[in-house]
Design a binder for this molecule. Structure first.
Ligand code: NDP
Length: 333
């Protein structure tokens, strides 16, 4: 495993991070979830990403259990706040009230006294930005949170927050958590250049496009049993937008490129995302320890310019590049 600094901060993260959305507390049983985390630690993953909202708060509890007894200084724990964690009008968004209540609940579930990276899970169009930033600043000063970041913000939202942080002398963001994969490249035109110049690293989600880029879904074929696309509870709904024959065919075009390099399609997809210098880490998901072991081998693979160009031409016009596709729906709507 290779490690990179998170943006311009002094904290190192593993190039491959493990995230537990849609798996812990939902799709996979607790013993498998714990095995995935333990396997991740064994193969050098030190960075773990979760959120208060995942599996209706159960995912944080499972991760807390899985990391029990592991030396706290040896891993980096990331979580987030914004999406609803209860029925109430204040159980969501980025008000000071919800941030303060949610962070304490997360700390309890994660069984720790600090979070290494606390992230705004979206942009809250209702709460004054200064109120949310002040709450994060206070958490940093209290030592409950070490670094701060955001997820799925557009360039103008990032710029407004940086201006406030600069004017107040507050702690600066070190990370951005956008969706980014060979199929979803909407951050390349605006978010990445801004973040790069401001010392903000990308820790990208769904780098395998929820498993699509592993090549296991084939055009015209039913999804394999046990896969996210076959999970009728939650997973299939989440991955539905990707399950189209033209997209699956474009993905299938990548197989000869992976074969020529002697690597799997998942490793190719993760190495692709890591090839951008503004990416600090790719947060992969895994429903089985074997996936963790396979995916982690992407760390350290360097794809040359010719390979990157052949990936572009294999995918044609399928990848989404429109920067207006970063959206933060109102959590109270
Ligand atoms: P991926 O794109 O890495 O998809 C992971 C899924 O793909 C796995 O659960 C597994 O599903 C399948 N898979 C993984 N490896 C392989 C393999 N080698 N072969 C075959 N199938 C494989 O990421 P996720 O969509 O899971 O997201 C990763 C993390 O990103 C989340 O856990 C979360 O931490 C973060 N995230 C953040 C969001 C945000 O808004 N900030 C939104 C979404 C995610 P299966 O076996 O079930 O098919």
């Amino acid at each position: 495993m290779e490690y990179r600094r998170l943006g311009s901060s002094g904290m190192y993260v593993s190039e491959i991070a493990y995230g537990n959305w849609l798996t812990h507390g939902t799709q996979v049983e607790e013993d498998i979830a714990i095995k995935c985390v333990r396997t991740a630690l064994d193969v050098g993953i030190t960075t773990f990403d979760t959120a208060d909202v995942y599996a209706g708060t159960k995912a944080e509890t499972v991760l807390g259990k899985a990391l029990k007894g592991v030396r706290r200084e040896s891993y980096e724990l990331f979580t987030k706040v914004y999406w609803p964690t209860g029925e109430g009008k204040n159980d969501r968004g980025l008000s000071r009230k919800h941030i303060m209540e949610s962070v304490h609940a997360s700390l309890k579930r994660l069984n720790t006294d600090h979070i290494d990276l606390y992230q705004f899970h979206r942009f809250d169009v209702e709460t004054p930005l200064e109120e949310s930033l002040q709450a994060f600043e206070d958490l940093v000063r209290q030592g409950k949170v070490h670094y701060i970041g955001f997820s799925e913000w557009d360039a103008s939202q990032i710029k407004s927050a940086l201006d406030i942080q600069k004017a107040r002398g507050w702690t600066r963001f070190v990370s951005s958590q956008p969706q980014y994969s060979a199929l979803w490249r909407v951050i390349e035109k605006e978010v990445m250049p801004l973040c790069k110049s401001e010392g903000i690293g990308q820790i990208v989600w769904s780098p395998l496009a929820q498993g699509l880029l592993s090549g296991k879904y084939l055009p015209g074929k039913k999804p394999p049993a046990g896969s996210r696309a076959s999970d009728k509870k939650v997973g299939s709904g989440m991955v539905a937008n990707w399950m189209k024959d033209d997209i699956l065919q474009a993905v299938a075009n990548l197989r000869p490129i992976a074969d020529a390099h002697g690597i799997t399609m998942s490793q190719l997809a993760l190495a692709w995302a890591l090839s951008h210098s503004n990416v600090s880490s790719v947060i992969m998901g895994a429903s089985k320890p074997s996936q963790v072991k396979e995916n982690v081998k992407a760390s350290g693979i360097k794809l040359d310019a010719q390979t990157l160009a052949s990936i572009d031409s294999a995918l044609g016009d399928i990848p989404e590049t429109d920067p207006t596709k970063n959206v933060s729906p109102n959590p109270r709507a």
